[in-house]
Design a protein around this ligand. Structure first.
Ligand SMILES: [Zn+2]
Ligand SMILES: [Zn+2]
Length: 209
């Protein structure tokens, strides 16, 4: 999807929430209008396909942008209703698309940057270990069977030792890789929820060893 602030630039921070909502409606309307006219390779851009994503400046946007898009911008006073306006509308769009491509093709966050201070399961501030959400033992298989793109293989969760152990008790590495490869998916499990409630009440050190 088009990055919502991209088309219209920064919004004034003093705008009321109402304005923000209507701006969001407006930009999503514009995005919907433009989205189907874009090449598939651009719409499905990811870090893995970044080499196949066309350069935004090479797209013939001047001829593919629906006139209604330009009209809408013009009727809101964002561009003038003449050929300068057409040009400005395409510039708006190019900027939004460049932002979108940069975001879509960015590598996933490095584990070192996702480091939290609290365990991502029990939320205690205790020493943490990192858990490969797609365990390394099954990386080859995960790639071969296309369970996950390469760039996802190194995503990690920061867990305290007891929670880390609980996760590995909950399922085999293969099942973790296929079905429980995010913290959200892990937390959706009933056994992990039960564990979490229990662990959250434990003082660090009690179960060490
Ligand atoms: Zn924990
Ligand atoms: Zn682990």
């Amino acid at each position: 999807m088009l990055a919502e602030p991209g088309i219209l630039g920064q919004t004034d921070s003093s705008h009321a929430q109402e304005d923000a909502d209507s701006l969001e409606d407006f930009t999503s309307y514009l995005s919907e209008e433009i989205w189907p006219t874009l090449p598939q390779s651009l719409r499905s851009a990811t870090h893995e396909t970044r080499d196949q994503v066309p350069d935004v400046d090479d797209l013939p946007l001047e001829s593919t942008v629906p006139p209604s898009f330009i009209d809408t911008l013009a009727s809101c006073g964002l561009v003038s209703a003449d050929s300068d306006g057409d040009h400005a509308a395409v510039s708006f769009l190019k900027k939004a698309l460049r932002d979108y491509v940069a975001e879509a093709c960015a590598p996933p966050p490095m584990w070192s940057k996702t480091r939290t201070t609290e365990c991502e399961i029990c939320e205690r501030e205790v020493p943490l270990t990192y858990h490969h959400l797609i365990p390394r033992e099954v990386h080859d298989k995960a790639l071969k069977k296309k369970w996950h793109p390469q760039a996802m293989l190194n995503s990690v969760a920061w867990l305290c030792r007891p929670c880390h152990t609980a996760v590995h008790h909950a399922a085999s590495n293969e099942v973790l890789a296929r079905e429980f490869y995010t913290v959200e998916l892990l937390l959706a499990r009933e056994d992990i929820q039960k564990w979490r409630k229990y662990a959250a009440k434990q003082r660090w050190g009690v179960r060490r060893g």
